[in-house]
Design a protein. Structure first.
Length: 164
């Protein structure tokens, strides 16, 4: 900033009191950056500048605040939201794959992710009973059948629920 403590609103060009967060003349936040059709003024010298200017060509003061770091390392909050949005879209578009992987890790979880609570309980119970029946010998055949069925059913139902 310059040696003076006087600042100017970027929206209307009026003088802004030191430390003020909002311009008293127009009500626009002093750190707001609005790129529009109307004139824009430097927040330090008050000269008219281009709306997209990051630095005033008259006094050299930066007009846009530097990006703030988010809570995860150097990633900004916008970056985190973008990653979250991308992940949600991936899960929504590949629901069958996500449900199949979930059932692979824990039989019945894929059905639960697909919203089939009763089927999830039945599949999990069948898997547990088949696993315990290994002692009798029947479980050697029943356990893999229930396991593969859980994965296949979760995938098939998830694919059906995917947006077209």
């Amino acid at each position: 900033m310059s040696a003076t403590t006087e600042r100017y609103c970027r929206a209307c060009g009026e003088t802004v009191a030191p430390g003020a967060e909002v311009c008293s003349a127009c009500g626009v936040a002093t750190d707001a950056v609005e790129v529009g059709d109307g004139p824009v003024y430097c927040r330090d010298c008050g000269e008219g500048i281009r709306a997209a200017a990051e630095i005033c060509p008259h006094c050299g003061v930066r007009q846009r605040p530097r990006p703030r770091a988010g809570t995860l390392g150097d990633a900004s909050t916008d970056d985190l939201e973008t990653v979250t949005d991308d992940l949600e879209r991936f899960v929504r578009e590949n629901r069958g794959l996500v449900a199949a992987v979930a059932s692979f890790l824990f039989p019945g979880l894929g059905q639960l992710l697909n919203g089939e609570v009763v089927k999830a309980v039945v599949v999990f119970t069948a898997f547990v009973l088949a696993t315990f029946s290994v002692v009798v010998g029947v479980g050697l055949i029943a356990t893999p059948i229930v396991y593969v069925y859980a994965i296949y059913d979760a995938y098939r139902t998830g694919r059906y629920l995917e947006p077209r």
